[in-house]
Design a binder for this molecule. Structure first.
Ligand code: FES
Length: 238
């Protein structure tokens, strides 16, 4: 992204077109008020598309990411299936609600195994195995798969939405930001999901979002992204 494009975006988001933002001191109320937090959760985040990862972070069938969404006390699994499609599921076993993938971060597996009573799920979320299934007479496996979480992909960026039926589709929600994401070449190698910013720059939140994903290094910035090799090949779900 050129400096001109960057400045233009800052102008559009924070410029004189938004006098309602004002220039006075900021209240601390939004940061400490439980009421404000509850309203923010329901009125902003309940229907927001939240960035989960880039699809290159889970490149192979079986690769997955467990993403915690604290504001909703949710845990979500993003996984690439054997058909190479990326899907997202609530990280909740259909038996007694245990997490089927423990911990947070990356892993790779052939299936998800709940550690509580051993129910197992395929990469596309179907209930595969139920130990001692004779003790569950009439269990319809087809209706006990992992619950899908609303997700969509834009230019390789995987987004999640807490609403079952979001008011806006991802493209509409992103608006001009989608044009920005289009500037990122997908062929850049991404070796994993960790980012480091070296001293010398204090990015705005907007810049931070961009740095998190493949912004080419500028003169005094280095963005390193790699997968923790020790976690590679180790299933968090088994
Ligand atoms: S809670 Fe998962 S198998 Fe029982």
């Amino acid at each position: 992204m050129t400096t001109d494009v960057h400045d233009d975006l800052l102008e559009r988001f924070y410029g004189p077109d938004h006098p309602e933002l004002g220039s006075g001191p900021l209240s601390v109320e939004p940061y400490i008020s439980p009421t404000y937090f509850a309203r923010e959760r329901e009125q902003i985040f309940r229907d927001a598309w939240l960035l989960a990862c880039h699809e290159t972070e889970i490149p192979e069938p079986g690769d997955f990411l467990v993403k915690e969404i604290p504001i909703f006390r949710s845990s979500v699994i993003c996984v690439r299936g054997t058909d190479r499609r990326i899907r997202a599921f609530h990280n909740v076993c259909k038996h007694r609600g245990n997490k089927v993938a423990c911990g947070e971060g990356y892993g790779s597996t052939k299936a998800f195994f709940c550690r509580f009573h051993g129910w197992s799920y395929t990469l596309d979320g179907r209930l595969r195995g139920v130990p001692e299934s004779d003790r569950f007479p009439g269990l319809d496996k087809r209706s006990h798969g992992l619950e899908p979480y609303t997700m969509d992909v834009w230019n390789g960026f995987v987004f999640l939405n807490a609403a079952r039926k979001p008011a806006k589709g991802l493209r509409e929600y992103l608006g001009t930001l989608a044009d920005v994401l289009d500037l990122f070449p997908n062929e850049l190698p991404c070796l994993g999901g960790r980012s480091f910013a070296l001293p010398g720059v204090c990015p705005s939140p907007f810049q931070s979002f961009l740095f998190r994903h493949k912004r080419p290094p500028a003169r005094n910035q280095v963005h390193v992204s790699f997968r923790n090799a020790s976690k590679r090949g180790k299933s968090l779900g088994s």
